[in-house]
Design a protein around this ligand. Structure first.
Ligand SMILES: C[S@@+](CC[C@H](N)C(=O)[O-])C[C@H]1O[C@@H](n2cnc3c(N)ncnc32)[C@H](O)[C@@H]1O
Length: 381
């Protein structure tokens, strides 16, 4: 049994639990549901519940409409302003009927919006996708996830069964990740780099790195976070640690971005070797949740060993139990990492306990602007 499930007898039900049991009995009764849908005071609640349940059922359909719009380049097509259907049909290589069907569906989802004269413009949600290659790349790669989720019960029963996401995130299913070659790490590294600017903006707004001399980004991918940190803080030394094939990509990026002279790059596996010393700040961005508990604990111990007394760790990733973003942590990342075959989303307090065990003196959450994208913990060695 998982160490997250305590084998203790259930406590006597509280007043709240007795109320919830009563409510569940009522809502499960078709006669009560029929009455609640008719009675004026309960009707709005009944409608909201019915709609929420419908949306859960239809979520996959909504995702496919978004995927079609991204793949066809709808948002780029509307970037300069609203366009009529015949123009869109030609640009998207769709029939007029198919264009209208897609536009009406996308308008209902606020991705586009109908304008005068039979034209369509960007919708409130679609506008955020223009010039946002990170989100577009994320949407594209979800085809793999959807394929893995086609049989969700089979996935729950056999979570390490050669899924598409496990092949995509090659290190997740590989005992010797340091042996991975360039071809195995390129796609995920490019995806991470494309989506990194929005994460970096969150972290750099939440914590001022100017008080540090040298920042080491562990599992730092091809260096996009360090590039953002280095540009914001021109005297910060930059160190990157990632698998050798990914570290090569980081070298190339630092050279392209004119940061090669300031950046030190180390290739290796944090599962099999200690981390380089000399940094007074270390970041783990979207890394810990990729690993099972034993590996995550060992990684935190290695990070602690690499820091001087008083050095800090910034641990940034989406976490479970984030108020207002519960479906993102528990439902989305819970099943994403299940399909990937390794790791799990953790609650802030759980990570704090792991940090204490690893030797960190104290840790505290730093608020981020968009906790759905990432939460942030600051721990001191
Ligand atoms: C989800 S990506 C996050 C990348 C980057 N921090 C970001 O947020 O864009 C996880 C990173 O951890 C690296 N990684 C996984 N296992 C590793 C290992 N054993 N040693 C070193 N790096 C590893 C991967 O190569 C990848 O770059």
């Amino acid at each position: 049994m998982s160490d997250r499930v305590a084998d203790v007898p259930p406590p006597a039900p509280s007043l709240k639990e007795r109320f919830l049991a009563f409510r569940d009995r009522m809502v499960a009764d078709p006669r009560f549901r029929d009455w609640a849908a008719r009675f004026p005071l309960t009707r709005p609640l009944a409608r909201r519940r019915a709609r929420a349940l419908f949306d859960l059922n239809a979520g996959f359909v909504y995702s496919q409409i978004l995927a079609a719009a991204v793949r066809l380049g709808v948002f780029e097509a509307l970037r300069e302003g609203p366009r009529p259907v015949p123009w869109l049909a030609q640009r998207l290589s769709l029939s007029t009927d198919a264009t209208i069907r897609l536009m009406e569906a996308a308008a209902a989802l606020k991705l586009v919006a109908p304008r005068s004269g039979g034209r369509y413009g960007l919708g409130a949600l679609g506008a955020a996708l223009v010039d946002n290659p990170g989100v577009a790349a994320m949407v594209e790669h979800h085809a793999l996830f959807y394929a893995d989720l086609a049989a969700p019960v089979a996935l729950l029963r056999n979570p390490r069964g050669g899924t598409r996401l496990a092949r995509y995130w090659a290190y997740a299913g590989h005992a010797e990740a340091e042996a991975l070659e360039a071809g195995a790490v390129g796609e995920y590294s490019a995806l991470m780099a494309a989506s990194q600017p929005m994460i970096a903006a969150e972290i750099l707004a939440a914590y001022d790195l100017s008080r540090h001399r040298r920042l080491m980004d562990v599992g730092g991918g091809e260096g996009a976070f360090l590039c953002a940190a280095g540009k914001r803080h021109p005297s910060l030394g930059l160190v990157l640690f990632d698998l050798p094939a990914v570290a090569e990509r980081a070298r190339a990026r630092f050279a392209r971005e004119g940061l090669a002279a300031r950046a030190e790059v180390h290739g290796g596996s944090f599962h099999s070797e200690g981390l380089p010393r000399g940094a007074d700040a270390i970041s783990l961005v979207r890394v810990v949740h990729d690993h099972d508990d034993a590996e995550a604990r060992a990684l935190l111990r290695r990070v602690h060993a690499a820091l001087p007394p008083g050095g800090v760790l910034l641990l940034a990733e989406p976490m479970s139990g984030t108020p207002g973003a519960e479906p993102v942590g528990e439902a989305y990342f819970g099943f994403y990492l299940l399909a990937m075959g390794r790791g799990r989303p953790r609650r802030m307090e759980e990570l704090q306990a792991m940090l204490r065990e690893a030797g960190f003196r104290d840790s505290r959450p730093l608020p981020t602007r968009t906790p759905m994208l990432t939460s942030l913990l600051l721990a001191r060695a």
